[in-house]
Design a binder for this molecule. Structure first.
Ligand SMILES: Cc1ncc(C[n+]2csc(CCOP(=O)(O)OP(=O)(O)O)c2C)c(N)n1
Ligand SMILES: CC(=O)[C@@H](O)[C@H](O)COP(=O)(O)O
Ligand SMILES: [Mg+2]
Length: 588
């Protein structure tokens, strides 16, 4: 480590620096971030883009007394390093290590926990109004929010409220014209016009009653410091618009901003990505979705695709490339994504609305009110269902079965593998007369030759995968492959019967009746919440038909599963192979 960063452990140390030393600190902080992220993985581009801003904010403001909130929080690595976590930054996102997002329990400098976008303005306003009510007139409140996140409904709700208050807040709009993928929408066009000086006279933020300044160069540290010092003295709602480059300081990250949002391991000198993946391997579920959708859409012109700001992550980009007029990136706007899909379905289109399981939480009312009550046949494809790994509790998609299963009209499906995912997509676009949620995990499946002809599935059918007479294992989703491994390892005569229930709703009641009649001991396994999930559905069913057997539910327990590699997290949740096998063996 070079001269300056070595001596900075807290913002108090930073504030003792001579302004002329800050420039050198930007170089060292970037190097530090690149050094660790290249080896340990994580979000890169966003943090590199706000190095100057991070230093300037902690230099000018009196953190942690002054409140600083990072929207999404994926850009807060520099903040973490300067606020007492430099020595443990190498544990970032690893099990037992620090979180990749700000977290209140981790540091007094993390004023508010984030991970999902566009929450910062509301949270900040809450703190600023609270300060007013408590007579705390000196405290400053600052949120950093990106251009893609400020376009979201929730951010607008916060702006709309803040503009009629005299709350002492400063919103720093970090405009790099990128989300994970390029930013979209009319606001993006407006911000581009502001930057190029072609915007019409009225400024949107001034119209909302904010003291607006900018756009200024977010990589010019002296200008940033000067402007923040000035704004510190102005009361009421303020918005500072800064222009930055995502990935600033690492050539490949600046040139390929989508990939370097979270690039995996790379060479810290050259930026070259570490190629670790063998050629012959099973596909990512997201690619099975993306490629299958194109295949189907080429034959069925009513099919449309929708993503709220995740074209690359969801692989809807395949359809955006092949059929751009029928594939829509609506920006970070999950609620809008659901209701626009409802509108399209109401008018006869067949919308595939792809949303990460965790982000659909934000659009729950839209699923119920706009889709399910009207029984509109929207096809929800919920990627990243289950435990997602290093992003941790804000991103695990473990509540979807529980929160969707209770909604009338809505079918819920979890494919065992790539083939079942393709088949249900094929079946759904043929017409179900109901909405359906198809949930599948992050990462790869297990089938190399997955691009087989698709076939129609029978709605609500489960299947027997292995005969047995002592104990029945019922699974939904790809976790069924783990159950199959357990059953294989225990031998073909172990007595384990294994059933796959891809339809969580409607359940295969005929098959279930036979199972609960035949077996005294039933085990259910799912990668979702044990409370209210698939196992609960089985328990409810057997209770309702008056048959009471031992039903052991393996699912995500009633606590937030932390971040870390998924294998470790499965153990943490008690749904790993070893735990399940140990339980099963007792009864054979
Ligand atoms: C509600 C929600 N939807 C989607 C995401 C996924 N996501 C994480 S970062 C990001 C892009 C954020 O862009 P911006 O706010 O401009 O910040 P930048 O990465 O450019 O710094 C998206 C879509 C999320 N975290 N939360
Ligand atoms: C910060 C954020 O919300 C995204 O960057 C998220 O980490 C993407 O997850 P995937 O890597 O699973 O696409
Ligand atoms: Mg951005």
């Amino acid at each position: 480590m070079t001269a300056i960063l070595e001596h900075i452990n807290t913002p108090q140390d930073l504030r003792t620096l001579n302004p002329k030393d800050l420039e050198q600190l930007t170089i060292e902080l970037r190097e530090f971030i690149i050094d660790i992220v290249s080896a340990k993985e994580g979000h890169l581009g966003a943090s590199l883009g706000v190095v100057e801003l991070t230093i300037a904010l902690h230099y000018v403001f009196n953190t942690p007394i002054d409140k600083l909130i990072w929207d999404v929080g994926h850009q807060a690595y520099g903040h973490k390093i300067l606020t007492g976590r430099k020595s443990i930054f190498e544990t970032n996102r690893q099990f037992g290590g620090i979180s990749g997002f700000p977290k209140m329990e981790e540091s007094i400098y993390d004023a508010f926990g984030t991970g999902h976008s566009s929450t910062s303005i509301s949270a900040l306003l809450g703190m600023a109004l609270s300060a007013q009510l408590q007579g705390n007139i000196h405290r400053q409140h600052i949120a950093v929010i990106g251009d893609a996140s400020i376009a979201s409904g929730m951010a607008f709700e916060g702006l709309n409220h803040a503009g009629v208050t005299n709350a002492n807040i400063l919103i720093v709009l970090n405009d790099n014209a990128m989300g994970i993928d390029p930013s979209v929408g009319a606001l993006k066009k407006y911000l581009t016009n502001v930057k190029t000086g072609t915007a019409k006279e009225e400024n949107i933020f001034e119209c909302l009653n904010f003291h607006y300044t900018g756009p200024i160069d977010g990589h010019n540290l002296p200008i940033l410091v000067k402007e923040l010092e000035r704004l510190k003295k102005i009361e009421g709602p303020k918005l500072l618009h800064i222009i930055t480059t995502k990935g600033k300081g690492l050539k490949s990250a600046e040139e390929n901003q989508v990939v370097y949002h979270a690039p995996g391991k790379f060479n810290k000198q050259t930026g070259e990505l570490q190629k670790k993946e063998p050629q012959q391997q099973a596909p990512k579920y997201q690619d099975v979705f993306g490629k299958t959708l194109v295949e189907l859409a080429l034959k069925n012109e009513k099919i449309v695709g929708i993503t709220p700001a995740m074209p690359t992550g969801s692989s809807l980009k395949f359809m955006m490339d092949a059929l751009p007029e029928r594939a829509f990136d609506v920006g970070i706007a999950e609620q809008h994504a659901v209701t626009i899909a409802a509108g399209m379905a109401a008018d006869g289109l067949i919308p595939f609305c792809n949303i990460y399981s965790t982000f659909l939480q934000r659009a729950y009312d839209q699923v119920i009110h706009d889709v399910a009550i009207q029984n509109l046949p929207v096809i929800f494809c919920l990627d990243r269902a289950g435990l997602v790994g290093e992003d941790g509790p804000t991103h695990h998609g473990v509540f979807d079965i529980a929160y969707l299963r209770c909604i009338p009209n809505l079918m819920v499906f979890s494919p065992l593998n790539e083939i079942e995912l393709r088949n249900i997509m094929y079946t759904a676009q043929l017409g179900l007369n109901h909405p359906i949620a198809i949930r599948y995990p992050r990462g790869r499946g297990g089938i190399l030759k997955w691009q087989k002809p698709m076939s129609q599935m029978t709605i609500g059918k489960g299947e027997l995968l292995k005969e047995g007479s002592k104990i029945a294992i019922l699974t939904t989703g790809p976790i069924g492959n783990m159950a199959a491994e357990i059953s294989n390892e225990l031998g073909s005569n172990s007595g384990i019967a294994h059933y796959n229930f891809p339809f969580i709703k409607p359940l295969d009641e005929e098959l279930l009746t036979k199972i609960v009649q035949k077996f005294d001991h039933i085990i259910t396994i799912e990668d979702g919440s044990a409370i209210g999930g698939f196992g609960s559905a089985i328990l409810e069913f057997s209770n309702n038909i008056g048959i009471h057997k031992i039903i052991k539910i393996f699912g995500i327990p009633d606590f937030f599963i932390p971040h870390g590699d998924t294998e470790r997290l499965y153990k943490e949740a008690g749904i790993d192979k070893m735990s399940v096998k140990k339980y099963v063996q007792q009864f054979l």
